[in-house]
Ligand binder design. Sequence first.
Ligand code: ZN
Length: 76
Amino acid sequence: MAKIIAWLIVIFVVLLALRLVNARNAAARRRAQAPDAGSTAAQTVRCQRCGVFLPRSDAVTVSGGFACADARCDQR
Ligand SMILES: [Zn+2]
């Protein structure tokens, strides 16, 4: 009976070790694939005139920040 319990403990420990290794690999994979949140946030700016958030590439620089390049900006 003691032998069976010892084998069960050994199997449990091996399965636990495999699970820990698997979880660590999955976390590393997720970190490698996740887009950089900081750079994504930096690419969006807020218009100083109407308050709309827009991509940095669509914005123009004005005094104090960014604004829409859109002609309808002041009508919003
Ligand atoms: Zn605007």
